[in-house]
Design a protein around this ligand. Sequence first.
Ligand SMILES: [Cu+2]
Length: 136
Amino acid sequence: MGTRLVLVLAVLLSGWAQAAGVPAPPFAVPVDQEGVQRAGIQLDSYAYVPSHLIVQAGKPVELTLTSVTFIIPHNFILLEPSAGLTIEQDIGAGKTVIVKFTPTKPGLYLFYCDKKLPFFPSHREKGMEGRLEVRS
Ligand SMILES: [Cu+2]
């Protein structure tokens, strides 16, 4: 079986797992030649994919947040100032935004979208939440 076929199967299976509500495996963000931990996160209504990222403390992180929605705006909130995390970023429908930060303390931190319409549950309550796992 060729590498390409395996890759296609993996993508199909991960898509199926997410559709079925099975948590996707955590994504360990690699450190590139510049020493930066770069990863992309796709924002849909109402989920982040991947929703669980693993990074190393003390090294810069650069996340490319891409919205694939047509109308619904989302955001990316990650507030844990004691760990060097103070991010409140809006991502308009169909937009791409890059956020940069350096986590300073190992731990498991939640990020989420707090957008909501009056009288409706917030996106976070609809499941738009993820985890940043910072390892030493
Ligand atoms: Cu949202």
